[in-house]
Design a protein around this ligand. Structure first.
Ligand code: NOJ
Ligand code: CA
Length: 702
């Protein structure tokens, strides 16, 4: 580990200068950051990539409630700089070892009139910039309320953007691709009096915001290490193309409550002329703190099946009965007639455990096992679930023993119906219950309106809630998969038990809505996945929902082969084989890929990518010589050529190619695939044709 303090200069003299500027370069010299103090004492920055100004002069600062703003009137008190070059091994991940090489500039500023100090910390990597505000402990700034953050990203050009509306309460939206000037963030969002404050105007979008400039630069604006602060959305000046940080408010309209010493999350800008550099970047992770968990032996990536898709396609239910005035405690279930569709029965769970054991899956998720689902959704009740009372037809004790006998883990499900207060009160009991019955992991869920009432999914209170849950789970040696949380920002480095989040529009939308268009999965890696793994729940083989009910028009908007490719292109250490066992049993040859594919990797190579169009990635399975390749396209067909030069020289491997059949098409013929086996070496290349909305998965086994 290299860790050299390059210079430590005290700029006492600077205090008398009215303007100031200093430039630092990234380790490879491609990026240059210029920090400035403008005439009125406002801190500002600029970012240059090769010969283009990616970010023009952009102001920094904060508005505080009931006190002078931290915006202008600053002088420099001190400048520190640092060179960092070290490596670290993640507990699990896309690669075995991550290199963190960056140059840091830390500027301590004093506001002359108020004698308040802030520190601006910049870290410049080869592929981007991270910066944050730090507030040292001090007499004149001990606690404060942020009413607005003024951070600007002055793009100055009408880039093409891949965006979802600036909804403070959900990220489960379809992406649009338009120039910045044509964004309308109210489209497709149902605004009524209750949800009105989720959307504040057409020029608001969520971060990460992926963009492409007219001269081919890929630019992404996001944040890293979001703790104890609201999520950063973006407000767009649609004439001048200046983005401004827009923090998610709390119930009374404040943004963040701060007590020094404290800091904001990192604001991040990724830039490259290669789209694959954006995907391969580890900058977000490098900006997060090292693991807080000392012993991580118990943290294990998992592939799982579950009692889940049946509920989404409507053949099974979460609830045991239809309606009834149910109480959480001491309820007489014999007074209710079961609806005959309950998925989480002892018998059905055993069937899933058997299926998992037979096909080598690590876990079985069971949703709808606990009482409360009769009226869980869209209600105003604070206490919907207690997380410890199984339905009468779910024998948790017997199932725990049965799963252990088959060497299969049960995965817990805690739908909170967004009543975070209720969950916080019951977490200790809920996690003790998991320990007692041997569940190593939990999938949480936050469907609906947040309680505490008026709080939002992406506000400071909820951001802290998700972290508290991850921390408490870690204390109990339990792993987490959070659905409907704020989108991740690399915190899985700090809490490696936090395996995955949903926090975007998952595959489930294909079961019961207009679904996810064929380009959706080519955009997510450039947006949502930059912050961390997604529990997208791939692997749907029965593509059309009219199979379950002839009146249904819904369908998955991919071919079957593309569903296989998603195990590679949607990186996650937690992957579900989401379809019903009976659907896999009809296609055991294609199912073999899901059985074989790894969930933890020594290496990953992004071979080609274009946001909204296509993506091909090759990954080397942990502690093996086996490679797996996934390639996907949008609604356009595509031929891709994969050079196998990453294989070890002088070795022969068996490649199994799971491809779209010649006449496959996501809409017209989605389930047509072909499987080809051949011997390959590092000298070979594979040419595959992807159907419209199609994909290809390849296993290369030594
Ligand atoms: C939404 C989640 O994304 C889904 O996976 C889950 O089945 C339902 N909520 C019920 O908790
Ligand atoms: Ca969801």
């Amino acid at each position: 580990m290299k860790h050299i303090i390059q210079s430590l200069i005290f700029f006492f003299l600077m205090a008398t200068l009215s303007t100031f500027s200093q430039t630092i370069s990234s380790p490879n010299g491609a990026l240059k950051l210029q920090f400035e103090i403008l005439k009125d004492g406002t801190p500002a920055y600029e970012l240059n990539y090769k010969n283009s100004k990616v970010i023009k002069t952009s102001r920094l600062g904060l508005l505080l409630k009931d006190s002078p703003s931290l915006q202008s009137g600053f002088v420099i008190s001190k400048i520190d700089s640092l060179k960092m070059d070290e490596t670290w091994d993640p507990v699990w991940g896309e690669v075995k070892t991550i290199r963190d090489t960056h140059n840091e500039l830390k500027v301590t500023l004093t506001q002359k009139e108020t004698d308040k100090q802030i520190v601006l910390a910049f870290r410049l990597f080869d592929e981007g910039l991270g910066f944050r505000y730090e507030f040292p402990s001090q007499k004149n700034l001990s606690y404060f309320i942020v009413s607005d953050e003024l951070t600007q990203f002055n793009l100055g050009e009408d880039h093409t953007a891949f965006w979802i509306p600036g909804d403070f309460d959900s990220n489960e939206h379809v992406y649009s691709r338009t120039p910045l000037s044509q964004i309308d963030g109210t489209i497709g969002v149902n605004v009524n009096e209750i949800t009105a404050k989720r959307i504040i105007g057409k020029n608001y979008v969520q971060s990460p915001l992926m963009m492409k400039s007219k001269n081919g630069l890929y630019i992404n604006i996001f944040e890293a290490a979001l703790v104890d602060y609201p999520a950063m959305h973006l407000e767009i000046d649609q004439k001048n193309f200046i983005l401004k940080s827009c923090l998610v408010p709390d119930a009374v309209g404040n943004k963040a409550y701060m007590q020094t010493p404290c800091k904001t999350p990192w604001r991040t800008i990724l830039v490259s002329d290669k789209a694959t550099d954006i995907l391969a970047s580890k900058m977000i992770l490098n900006l997060n703190e090292p693991p807080k968990i000392k012993n991580t032996d118990w943290i294990k990536p998992m592939k799982y099946v579950g009692i889940w898709w049946g509920m989404h396609v409507g053949t099974e239910s979460w609830n045991y009965a239809d309606g009834g005035n149910i109480k959480l405690k001491d309820f007489d279930w014999s007074s209710l007639k079961p609806n005959g569709k309950h998925g989480a029965t002892t018998e059905n769970t055993k069937r899933y455990i058997d299926f998992a054991a037979q096909h080598g899956f690590d876990g079985v998720l069971i949703e709808g096992w606990n009482v409360g689902w009769e009226d869980w959704f869209g209600q105003w009740k604070e206490e919907v679930f207690d997380f410890v009372t199984p339905y009468p037809d779910f024998d948790v004790d017997e199932l725990s023993k049965y799963a252990a006998s088959k060497n299969v883990k049960l995965i817990m499900h805690h739908e909170t119906s967004a009543s975070a207060t209720n969950y916080e009160r019951r977490m200790d009991d809920a996690f003790a219950f998991m320990k007692k019955y041997n569940y190593p992991a939990v999938k949480t869920g936050y469907v609906g309106r947040i309680i505490p009432r008026g709080e939002l999914h992406d506000g400071q209170w909820m951001v802290q809630h998700y972290v508290r849950v991850a921390e408490k789970l870690a204390e109990n040696k339990l792993m987490l998969d959070a659905h409907e949380p704020v989108r991740p920002t690399g915190l899985h480095r700090t809490y490696p038990n936090w395996l995955a989040c949903e926090a975007a529009r998952g595959n489930e939308f294909n079961a019961w809505s207009i679904g996810n268009p064929p380009e959706h999965e080519t955009i997510l890696p450039f947006t949502r996945l930059l912050g961390g793994p997604m529990d997208y729940t791939p692997g749907i083989f029965q593509i059309k929902m009219n199979y379950y009910d002839k009146n249904k028009k819904e369908q998955v908007h991919t071919t079957l082969a593309k569903q296989l490719a998603l195990y590679l292109t949607m990186y996650s250490p937690l992957q579900m084989a989401a379809d019903l066992p009976e659907n896999y049993e009809k296609h055991l040859d294609a199912f073999q890929f899901i059985k074989d594919v790894a969930v933890d990797w020594d290496d990953s190579k992004y071979l080609e990518a274009e946001p909204g169009d296509y993506l091909t990635v090759a990954r080397k399975a942990k502690r093996t010589n086996n490679w797996f390749i996934g390639s996907i396209t949008d609604e356009n067909e595509r031929t891709t050529t994969v050079q196998l030069n990453f294989l070890e020289k002088d070795k022969t491997y068996t490649a199994t190619i799971y491809a779209d059949a010649k006449d496959a098409h996501w809409e017209k013929n989605p389930m047509a695939y072909e499987i080809i086996k051949k011997k390959v070496t590092a000298k070979d290349k594979l040419e595959v044709k992807l159907a419209p909305g199609g994909g290809c998965a390849i296993s290369i086994i030594e």
